[in-house]
Write a protein that binds this ligand. Structure first.
Ligand SMILES: *Cc1c(COP(=O)(O)O)cnc(C)c1O
Length: 496
């Protein structure tokens, strides 16, 4: 089997193995690591249908992380997908109102980021060993709310690593913030910034590509890596659950072998849906990749017009993990549809950074026919939660509701009745106020924890441990800084 090598979306010079791409996070030229070819699944889907999540994970990940040995991968997988998840299925599916909700929120921090961030620390420390890294790894992370906590939970007290998380001080839900600022572990640091997620992400990318800072870090015995979905080590584990969802449907006789399914993905940074695109390119029968945006509908406009334009007002919505105007992982798709052309991609990204806008060629647009994009307004998002609850009793969170609403629009637009999987990306308990508001039961005076109790009672569920355990936890992280002071905050934490 040919090794999969990784190069930057912005330059073809550097080619590295998977473990080195994971260790580095971002290519030195600011581009993202991409595989030089996308390998095909080498087992029959029927065969995978008989496997559990961990076995499925191995079958997918071995194809893309080719320099990890079988023992190394199996070690990482078995330590990641264990009883940290509250169900043995790891990613169960619930059928409701004609769609299958793939619940990706049964991990430690009750959002889908756990699916990849439970395994990334193992992949990373294994990579450090394999590559004889001499420095301590400093995970630098920008978060729109969910990545931060999932990365903190994954890396807390992992020897040889430190983790610094930047989040928009006024752009996350109260439960998201409380989850992060109560994080334990001496190697963890959480900083709120006066700015939005794009500011945090741009600031982090700048620190990554700052040659002078890299030198100073090396002197002090540190090197950066990333836990954001710009790290290929985040994307590869996310391919797994699409294969798992398909093969569950197959195993249960809900589809026949070879039948295509649709997937609907509530999208922010374009990582989750890109994983579905890779799954399709690995031979998983997916018909449409349905990209669901909230009111920050920059991706909807892109699919409609071929122009990516971030020059618009940034909206704070009830689905904060999708409040993003610069979808980092779209860069990987652009690179692929340009024919794996780094020069073209670099030109577009230069335009994006200088003018906030670029427009792809007609030829490239033709290759987007597998995608369907749409968006849901705040009212439509709330209506999706309410109507699903009223008709079935099933409660979804605001992000998943964006997807549910867009799926209804898709069906209306196309009359396509293909079996459809909706990526359910967070537990409703993470966004209790918005969810209770949508259902019509929000009590103004109650705090988010009291609302969680009410939601549990109404829906006949128990409040997840992830929420219970932070109710009265000590606040350990209080730093707030301006978006221009991020480098200072990093140096301060590292004692540089
Ligand atoms: C991160 C996140 C998203 C967006 O995923 P991307 O990979 O950034 O597109 C959607 N929903 C929830 C709950 C999230 O945490």
């Amino acid at each position: 089997m040919k090794d999969v090598m990784y190069s930057s979306t912005r330059g073809a010079d550097l080619k590295v193995k998977a473990s080195e791409a994971i260790l580095r996070g971002l290519a030195p030229d600011g581009g993202l690591f991409v595989p030089d070819h996308i390998p095909h699944l080498d087992r029959e889907l029927q065969e995978i249908a008989g496997m559990n999540y961990q076995q499925t994970a191995y079958e997918v990940m071995k194809l893309l992380l080719t320099d990890y040995t079988e023992d190394e991968l199996k070690y990482c997988i078995s330590h990641a997908y264990d009883d940290k998840f509250d169900t043995e299925e790891i990613a169960p599916m619930t059928q409701a109102d004609g769609a299958y909700y793939l619940e990706l929120y049964h991990g430690r921090t009750i959002a889908f980021k756990d699916m990849a961030l439970s395994i990334l620390p193992y992949l990373m420390t294994t990579a450090a060993k394999k590559n004889h890294a001499k420095n301590e790894i400093v995970i630098l992370t920008a978060t729109s709310g969910d990545t931060g906590k999932a990365a903190l939970a994954g890396f807390a007290d992992v020897p040889g690593t430190k983790i610094i998380v930047f989040y928009p001080k006024h752009g996350v839900s109260p439960i998201q913030e409380k989850q992060m600022v109560t994080q334990k572990g001496d190697n963890t640091c959480v900083v709120g910034i006066e700015g939005n997620f794009d500011d945090a992400q741009t600031g982090v990318k700048k620190l990554f590509t700052d040659g002078k800072l890299a030198g100073e870090m090396d002197q002090a015995g540190f090197q950066f890596s990333s836990a954001n979905s710009i790290n290929i080590g985040r994307l590869v584990p996310q391919i797994v659950y699409y294969v798992y969802a398909y093969t569950r449907l197959l195993g249960e006789g809900r589809i026949a072998d070879g039948d295509a399914i649709n997937v609907v993905v509530p999208t922010g940074n374009f990582g989750n849906i890109l994983a579905a695109y890779y799954a399709k390119n690995m031979g998983l029968p997916i018909h449409k990749l349905i990209c669901a945006s909230n009111s920050n509908r920059v991706l909807y406009d892109f699919f409609k017009t071929g122009a990516y334009d971030r020059n618009r007002e940034f909206m704070l919505t009830s689905s904060p993990s999708m409040d993003i105007l610069i979808s980092s992982n779209l860069e990987r798709l652009i690179y692929h549809i340009a024919g794996d052309n780094a020069q073209k991609d670099a030109d577009y990204m230069k335009k994006l950074s200088a003018e906030g806008r670029y427009e792809i060629s007609d030829e490239m647009r033709k290759q987007l026919s597998d995608f369907y994009g749409n968006f849901a307004s705040e009212e439509e998002t709330a209506a999706a939660i309410r109507s699903l609850y009223q008709s079935t009793g099933y409660v979804i969170d605001t992000h998943t509701a964006v997807a549910a609403s867009v799926y209804q629009k898709y069906k209306k637009d196309t009359d396509d009745n293909t079996v459809t999987v909706i990526a359910s990306t967070a537990s409703p308990f993470k966004f209790t106020r918005a969810v209770m508001n949508a259902i019509g039961h929000a009590d103004e005076a109650a705090d988010d924890f009291a609302l969680a109790d009410q939601l549990a009672q109404m829906a006949g569920l128990t409040v997840p441990d992830a929420v219970q355990s932070i109710r009265s936890a000590e606040i350990r992280h209080k730093t707030v800084c301006d978006k221009s002071e991020m480098e200072h905050a990093v140096k301060n934490f590292l004692g540089m």
